[in-house]
Design a protein around this ligand. Structure first.
Ligand code: ADP
Ligand code: MN
Ligand code: MN
Ligand code: MN
Length: 361
């Protein structure tokens, strides 16, 4: 028995999921909606299996229903930019990530990929790598944290991070299913762990070079929402879902260039931190969809965060804006971790501003 009122029987669905489709292929087109945080998708048929996004036709949708356009001029265009395997419908069906353009062929306000891609092209020789740690929280369909008592709170934080046991972690089935869905799809998932607040989890994507970071993270998020939907559970990327003595959720962005990864690269890491220190406000604006308003609730200086108002950096310091991992300091090469991005950040905006600040003079 499911508590989820709109649940259907997945065993019945299986009869249809195994029907042969002959040469037809189902393509799920995926895009970012007007909130800059929500993902939307719709499906169409193709007569052959696409090998690249160029094989997938340009399509459109009703932008007035996604907070993106007026009803009187509502057509928005979907330009396929990356394809992944579809772990729900399986091969040869595809997930098709799209950029959104307006009726006048200009990028939609929420299309941050276009300029990100241009900057990544300019910085190509530096071989910028990223790894993002996506934190998120599971909720019941009524908005209550998944597994939390309905009339109170779980015990204080302490036993939950990387926890084991039915009294410490809630929803592991979802995390396991999502991990495998990512691997099947071709999303470069690197790992996962239970977080400090119960019902909060993290998955890491990377290292990815250039524009791949945003592409892979957005598909990783799409898969997470879809997998959780199957279990009747909701995923929120809100950076501070529960007020009080509970950790918020971030999207730490780990970053390196080829120079930083080579012997003696610590010099280039320090140069980058020096440049980052001069552009704190610009970065905070790019690190959540509300230009800092969302992150304000999270970056308090408590709960393993730095204050939103100050820039700081330190070795192994989880209360700093930028952390140099201990191992990187010892080996004198590697990467830095920018701990400021909010869990609901747009990775295209985050990676673009990092490269803009650190790669050009
Ligand atoms: P933390 O100790 O902060 O919890 P995690 O292990 O969760 O760190 O995540 C580290 C991330 O850093 C991973 O996504 C990994 O892919 C990424 N990463 C590792 N090396 C590099 C590198 N040289 N450049 C950029 N990202 C890297
Ligand atoms: Mn982590
Ligand atoms: Mn974490
Ligand atoms: Mn981290």
């Amino acid at each position: 028995m499911s508590l989820h009122t709109a649940a259907t029987d997945k065993n019945v669905l299986e009869r249809y999921m195994t029907l042969p489709l002959d040469t037809k292929v189902m393509l799920e087109y995926i895009w970012i909606d007007g909130t800059g945080e929500g993902v939307r998708s719709k499906c169409r048929t193709l007569d052959f299996e696409p090998k690249s996004p160029k094989d997938c036709p340009i399509w459109n949708y009703d932008g007035s229903s996604t907070y993106q356009a007026e009803g009187s001029n509502s057509d928005m265009y979907l330009h396929p930019v990356a394809i992944f395997r579809d772990p729900f419908r399986r091969d040869p069906n595809k997930l098709v990530l799209c950029e959104v353009f307006k009726y006048n062929k200009k990028p939609a306000e929420t299309n941050q990929r276009k300029t990100c891609n241009e900057v990544m092209e300019q910085a190509k020789d530096k071989k910028p790598w990223f790894g993002i740690e996506q934190e998120y929280t599971l909720l019941d369909t009524d908005g209550h944290p998944f597994g939390w008592p309905k009339n109170g709170f779980p015990g204080p934080q302490g036993p939950y991070y990387c926890g084991v046991g039915a009294n410490k972690v809630y929803g592991r089935d979802i995390i396991e299913a999502h991990y495998r869905a990512c691997l099947y799809a071709g999303v470069k998932i690197a790992g996962c762990n239970a977080e400090v607040m119960p019902a909060q989890w993290e998955f890491q994507v990377g290292p990815c070079e250039g524009i791949d970071m945003g592409d892979h993270l957005w598909i990783g998020r799409y898969l997470l929402h879809r997998v959780a939907e199957d279990f009747g559970v909701v995923v929120t990327l809100d950076p501070k879902p529960i007020e009080g003595d509970w950790n918020g959720a971030g999207a730490h962005c780990n970053y390196s260039t080829l120079q930083m990864r080579e012997d003696g690269g610590i010099k280039y890491i320090e140069d980058a931190i020096e440049k980052l220190s001069k552009h704190h406000v610009r970065h905070i604006k790019a690190y959540d969809p509300k230009e800092g308003k969302d992150n304000e609730r999270r970056l308090t200086g408590f709960h393993e965060t730095s204050s939103i108002h100050d820039f700081s950096a330190g070795i192994a310091n989880r209360g700093a804006s930028i952390r140099i991992p201990r191992q990187v300091a010892e080996e004198k090469k590697g990467y830095l971790e920018d701990r400021r991005p909010s869990s609901n950040c747009d990775p295209y905006a985050v990676t673009e501003v990092i490269v803009r600040t650190t790669c050009f003079d």
